[in-house]
Design a protein around this ligand. Sequence first.
Ligand code: C2E
Ligand code: MG
Ligand code: MG
Ligand code: MG
Length: 292
Amino acid sequence: NADLAMYKAKQSGRNQAHFFTAAMQEHANQRMTLEQDLRHALERNQLEVYYQPIIAGKSGRVQGLEALLRWHHPERGLIPPDQFIPMAEETGLIGSIGEWVLETACEQVQQFYAAGHELYLSVNISERQRDLGLDADAVASVLKHHQLDPSRLILEITEGLLLQDSQETVAWLQGFKGLGISLAIDDFGTGYSSLSYLKRFPVDTLKIDREFIRDLNSDRYADSLVSAIISMAASLELRLIAEGVETEKQRLTLIGQGCNYMQGYLFCPPLPADKLTHWLSSYQPSPCVMEP
Ligand code: C2E
Ligand code: MG
Ligand code: MG
Ligand code: MG
């Protein structure tokens, strides 16, 4: 019986090992397939840039647009960027993809101008793109090609980049600043940025991560973090944008605390260019109604 128990344990252990290997193998295969698919996504026209309005909270007016990448996978449907940007970064595909996003968004924004919407454009970039040829010259030639004024462009980078605090990074960002492009720190508050980091980088704008906006009015930690970021931004003369604003209450709280710029589903989700064109032409800004 002891032998039988031993035998069974071994069997099930073996099966378990087998199960794990199979699952892991399956996972690796899926990843490899997705990676292969991503290699062809660009040439197969599966990528699309969506645009989300950035709003002045008090007036409700649209100030700018953030370009947000989408992947229409033929079998899996719409894949959000969080599920393939990291892969694009690891494989270096972010080089050509990022370039394409910038080109596409600049061209599109020029069309919004033509339709009478004088908005600025915000584009996310990965630090990996620094080593893949995205420098001030490259961006300058895209802007020139689309006759877009550099002061109309904001490049969004995540906090992680500041942590390296390297001379190369500062020089890279300074190159964009030299052209008159603005720089924003995305997802602010989720990393470990501090005042001293911010001082060293030529940054103009902070975007408060939506995690904190979600918890506004319900979590005292989020409340005090947001108000700390707001007063810090004011004293450093940084522009501030709140991400993920979904309710009038959040809008009101943010304005009350001194953060006027915001984006979120309350106003408009990210939309494909044609849908956004319609949205822009029918949108009626509603001013924020402050409590008496
Ligand atoms: P992000 O730059 O912080 O973009 C804001 C994200 O918040 C977007 O997610 C947007 O759809 C979402 N969002 C906006 N308003 C609301 C709201 O009211 N509620 C909620 N729950 N979410 C809201 P998305 O489009 O899935 O993009 C995720 C991230 O992928 C972006 O975060 C950005 O870091 C990255 N990403 C997107 N496009 C690009 C790109 O072209 N290049 C690079 N390098 N990264 C990109
Ligand atoms: Mg962003
Ligand atoms: Mg963000
Ligand atoms: Mg993000």
